[in-house]
Design a protein around this ligand. Structure first.
Ligand code: SAM
Ligand code: DTB
Ligand code: SF4
Length: 324
């Protein structure tokens, strides 16, 4: 039986990162196989429902007002337009629809509008996820009541490196939002970004914070920085692919029952790197040609990779089907 630990020490995690590659992958894959069906991958499709003009200064993000990325500020999309995209995502094989908004935190009016959209997406038979910035407790409860299944809010990196990337909100602000989401009874989707110029100790610190939460996030997105022209992190030295694969493997070992998502950055990754990530324990991806504002692999490209590797999309059981 797998025991879930919440007392990981930094040096233990660093020791995992430093294992010989074959030993690390063997251990991660063994953990993966004893907790999941090894060839099943959960599929989420992303949509930016409110793009650009964000007041936060996240150094990686093309949607910050501080970035000179050419991303224009738009209003919240209309419900009908979002539902049309959700329907397309469902027809392409996604099981979860994730809606992102470039807000520091939503206003109560925004929560009402998004709650209405969430009800519509759920009625299509999709799982719902939203990422709208910081939430207080009452906002988290309103989203839960609307039927939101997952809330995504990333801690991004280690507490030590965080200040180099964002100055407009603290690490503790993020942890407070995550506690509000958890206490409202939603599933937590929380991960980070690697390849921002952090060191191995920071990647270990990111995973340590996630694994030592009172409950492991159900979904752990590991993003490889998408370097966007006009952002502060444009031109950072690219992360070695093996260091990315090691990050996935360590996440799998220390959060054995969480879905680990091979998230942003797949467009710059070759098939072999992605295959090793799946072997190391990644079992979720973003699917569809766009992430929020940047490119993701084409649907046909991903379908062909799934065929080559014998991977199958994870099927979800709709509530009305489960009740039948
Ligand atoms: N504004 C909300 C927030 O920050 O919580 C929600 C949207 S925000 C774009 C969601 C996440 O996308 C960020 O926390 C970050 O981890 C990820 N992200 C943004 N830009 C990225 C980039 N260039 N490369 C990789 N991940 C990125
Ligand atoms: C997550 O961890 N990654 C996604 C999702 N959660 C919201 C976002 C990736 C964004 C990449 C940059 C862009 O497309 O703007
Ligand atoms: Fe705003 Fe989110 Fe981008 Fe930060 S990551 S600038 S909060 S949209």
């Amino acid at each position: 039986m797998t025991t879930l630990r919440h007392d990981w020490q930094k040096d233990e995690i660093i020791a995992l990162f430093n294992m010989p590659f074959n030993d690390l992958l063997f251990r991660a894959h063994s953990v993966h196989r004893s907790n999941f069906s090894p060839n099943e991958v959960q599929i989420s499709t992303l949509l930016s429902i409110k793009t650009g003009g964000c007041a936060e200064d996240c150094a990686y993000c093309p949607q910050s007002v501080n970035a000179d990325s050419g991303v224009k500020a738009e209003k919240l999309m209309k419900k009908e337009a979002v539902l049309a995209e959700a329907q397309k995502a469902k027809e392409s094989g996604a099981s979860r629809f994730c809606m992102g908004a470039a807000w520091r935190s939503p206003k109560d009016r925004d929560i009402e509008n998004v709650a209405d959209i969430i009800k519509g997406v759920k009625a299509l038979g999709l799982e719902t996820c939203a990422t709208l910035g910081m939430l207080d407790s009452s906002q988290a409860h309103k989203l839960k009541d609307a039927g939101l299944d997952y809330y995504n809010h990333n801690i991004d990196t280690s507490e030590e490196f965080y200040g180099e990337i964002i100055t407009t909100r603290t690490y503790q602000d993020r942890l407070d939002t995550l506690a509000n989401v958890r206490n409202a009874g939603m599933n937590v989707c929380c991960g980070g970004i690697v390849g921002m110029g952090e060191g191995l100790t920071d990647r270990a610190g990111l995973l340590q914070t996630l694994a030592n939460m009172p409950k492991h996030p159900e979904s752990v997105p590991i993003n490889l920085l998408v370097q966007v022209k006009g952002t502060k992190l444009e031109g950072r030295e690219a992360l070695d692919a093996f260091d990315f694969i090691r990050t996935i493997a360590v996440a799998r070992i220390i959060m054995p029952k969480s879905f680990v998502r091979l998230s942003a950055g797949r467009e710059e990754m070759n098939e072999q790197t992605q295959a090793l990530c799946f072997f190391a324990g990644a079992n979720s991806i973003f699917y569809g040609e766009k992430l929020l504002t940047t490119a993701n692999p084409q649907i046909d490209t991903d379908r062909s990779l799934f065929v080559k590797l014998g991977l199958e999309p994870l099927q979800i059981e709709c509530e009305h089907e489960a009740a039948a």
